[in-house]
Design a protein around this ligand. Structure first.
Ligand code: URA
Length: 200
């Protein structure tokens, strides 16, 4: 696909997102929240659904959990073109409730178009809803967290949702470790430069 074709497809995708009201969540949302970061990023980070700040700004992960995620990304030297951040659902559920399975299903068609356009090599699923949206089944987080699954040439890691670490600061460490594994995988695949060693 040429860059011009890609851009035309991307515009069509964004228009389809903005026009979508398959599940009804758009009725109470301010914005359709599609992504932030690079459109050709090697890493896709998938959360649950926009919260209040995201709905108001039209960008994913810009509230408190986004600030934590962003500080972890900076710690590992990720630049904006390295990641593509999005959510399982593109519209905010009322009162930040978890999206219903029917809402996840309704949004999946758009997520799969997004995935095919971005073509990430590594995917980081944040929390059980992201896992459920991606794989279609509820995970036991203790079983799936921190391990890469390889599917059709993609490397998929599940970690805790950053909001969980805001409620329980002990959970920051596992998320930090998981993001370190993600960085190493991308380095091994030659998709981001190797970070210089830290001299203590
Ligand atoms: N939580 C999410 O899952 N996604 C966001 O964009 C913000 C908070």
């Amino acid at each position: 696909m040429t860059e011009a074709e890609f851009n035309a497809n991307w515009d069509a995708f964004e228009n389809a997102c903005k026009a979508c009201n398959r599940c009804g969540l758009r009725n109470n949302a301010t914005n359709t929240v599609i992504y932030r970061g690079g459109k050709h990023a090697p890493l896709m980070i998938v959360g649950e659904a926009p919260g209040r700040s995201e709905d108001l700004e039209g960008l994913p992960f810009v509230g408190q959990s986004g600030q934590l995620l962003q500080s972890l990304l900076s710690t590992y030297g990720f630049g904006e073109e390295d990641y593509h951040i999005c959510n399982i659902c593109k519209c905010r559920p009322p009162e930040n409730r978890r999206p219903e399975p029917s809402e996840i299903m309704a949004c999946k068609r758009l997520l799969s178009v997004q995935f095919k356009l971005v073509r990430p090599k590594v995917v980081l699923l944040c929390g059980s809803t992201a896992y459920e949206g991606f794989f279609g089944e509820k995970p036991r987080m203790s079983d799936v967290r921190g391990k890469f699954l390889e599917r059709n040439g993609y490397y998929i890691m599940t970690t805790y949702h950053p909001a969980y670490a805001l409620r329980d600061s002990k959970q920051k460490l596992p998320i930090y470790e998981d993001l370190g594994k993600v960085r190493s995988k991308l380095e091994d695949l030659g998709l981001v430069p190797k970070l210089p060693p830290v001299n203590l």
